[in-house]
Ligand binder design. Structure first.
Ligand code: NAG
Ligand code: NAG
Ligand code: NAG
Ligand code: NAG
Ligand code: NAG
Ligand code: NAG
Length: 401
């Protein structure tokens, strides 16, 4: 792994000049023991298998009865039951009483890194057809505001965090804008060396995790991803063309992200352009937003030609050198220091003058940094001592490229 300290470049904006960019190699296999998969609202002592056609997962989900003793179970309305719907969405647990209702998952290991994912589909379970907005906390720390306005849409929240105690609490907080509810809750142990930006003072709240290339709707997760991260397909026809390989993508030693081969085996290449561009927007009401992005690469085409490109964010070099992905080896460009200070972030991958091939992009992860409070106890009235208003942020493919 090579480190590139960018502070010496005088013409940079101050906040960008402090970027500490790292070019890391990547892979490995993880043990999947320690997964906790909870179907919220499922009757006690029952379980279901997630074998829906939109997921590659075959995980067994258990009832939430042993993790919480408040709330009520409901089935969603028949109007929203589709053959492709994962069984976890068929029922929810809702919290008519109490401001703060918490799930507790025990027997965790202090100081280890975990991924927690909560999913929500309203499905008009209360037959009231109402919008609902509530907050999610992880322990005492604010995680995300859940805003449900489409009853048939699934909403997914994910956070990667270092566990300060031997249990974790996921709390749904009523903010006066409707009855909080939840469809499922996942806990996945993550190797501690992965996602170095997640530590005891900050967590990573997922914005998007994108698998560039596929034009279908298949989400890649466990078992293709041993950590059961969910990688959404991402394409931009007709401006980007998909390229893929059936060959396994190797990782370099000390890989810090271990993006799965199945994700890296597809990529996009621009059509009629020497650039790939995409951007995301900050909601103007957002105040304390810092982003962490990971760009994952592998060359998929065996060629004597040169594929070399630069990476900029808002026209400022994000990665010091031009970059050439290795053939069938994973590589990740990321920054430990956050990106902030703009309302819009435009990422450009541009072929260098020496390059005879356009840039390639295999996958993107974008996170918001969430501060972690030193307070770890949670007796029901431990209050958040900071507030982040992060509304939904989209990553758009730039239509001009
Ligand atoms: C679930 O199973 C446990 C252990 O077998 C039992 O004690 C408990 O009563 C069961 N709960 C219900 C609601 O059947
Ligand atoms: C939910 O539906 C299942 C059958 O799909 C039924 O057994 C169960 O009683 C229903 N639960 C509620 C709370 O209506
Ligand atoms: C929730 O989302 C809807 C639709 O996007 C929006 O109109 C509404 O203002 C949002 N509510 C809150 C409290 O953010
Ligand atoms: C967490 O990471 C950030 C960014 O690298 C760093 O500034 C901070 O000191 C780290 N916190 C701990 C407790 O290591
Ligand atoms: C690419 O260029 C060809 C030839 O000029 C043109 O027919 C095609 O529409 C272009 N495609 C895109 C996506 O711009
Ligand atoms: C897209 O990729 C396919 C397969 O590699 C290739 O046959 C096709 O010509 C490409 N299309 C464009 C517009 O470059």
């Amino acid at each position: 792994m090579k480190n590139y300290n960018m502070t010496g470049i005088a013409f940079w904006f101050v906040f960008l000049a402090s970027f500490f960019l790292i070019h890391s190699g990547v892979i490995g296999q993880a043990d999947n023991t320690g997964f906790v998969s909870i179907d919220c609202g499922l009757p006690d002592n029952s379980s279901d298998k997630d074998v829906s056609s939109t997921l590659t997962s075959t995980l067994t989900y258990i009832s939430d009865a042993q993790f919480i003793d408040t709330g009520m179970n409901h089935n969603i309305s028949e109007d929203y039951i589709m053959p492709t719907l994962s069984p976890q969405y068929l029922n929810v647990r809702s919290f008519e009483t109490g401001v703060r209702n918490c799930y507790t998952i025990k027997s965790l290991v202090v100081g280890l890194k975990y991924l927690v994912r909560a999913t929500f589909m309203y499905g008009n379970y209360d037959r009231l057809n109402k919008e609902v907005v509530f907050d999610l906390h992880i322990g005492v720390n604010y995680w995300k505001t859940i805003n449900i306005s489409d009853p048939g849409k699934t909403t997914i929240a994910e956070v990667i965090f270092v566990c300060p105690v031997d249990y974790i609490q996921v709390c749904l907080v009523n903010t006066g804008l409707g009855i909080p509810f939840i469809s499922s809750l996942d806990l996945r142990p993550i190797k501690n060396s992965l996602y170095p930006a997640a530590n005891s003072s900050q967590s990573l709240g997922l914005v998007r995790r994108l698998n560039a290339g596929p034009t279908d709707t298949t989400i890649i997760r466990y078992p293709d991803d041993p950590y059961d991260r969910m990688w959404e397909p991402w394409s931009n026809l007709p401006y980007w063309n998909e390229t893929d390989t059936t060959s396994y993508i190797q990782t370099l030693p000390n890989d810090l992200f271990e993006a799965p081969s199945a994700v890296l085996q597809t990529a996009v290449i621009p059509v009629n352009s020497s650039e790939i561009q995409f951007f995301w927007d900050v909601d103007p009401t957002d105040k304390f937003i810092s982003y962490v992005a990971n760009l994952h690469f592998s060359e998929l085409i065996q060629t004597d030609q040169k594929r070399e490109f630069t990476i900029t964010i808002n026209n400022v070099p994000w990665y010091k050198n031009s970059f050439s992905p290795k053939y069938l080896y994973q590589d990740t460009i990321y920054a430990l220091r956050p990106i902030d200070g703009f309302q819009q972030y435009k990422v450009t991958l541009a072929a260098t003058v020496d390059s005879t091939l356009p840039p390639i992009l295999n996958a993107v992860e974008l996170f918001i940094l969430l501060p972690v409070s030193a307070v770890t106890t949670d007796n029901g009235d431990g209050e958040v001592n900071f507030y982040l208003q992060h509304n939904l942020i989209f990553i758009f493919a730039d239509q001009n490229y």
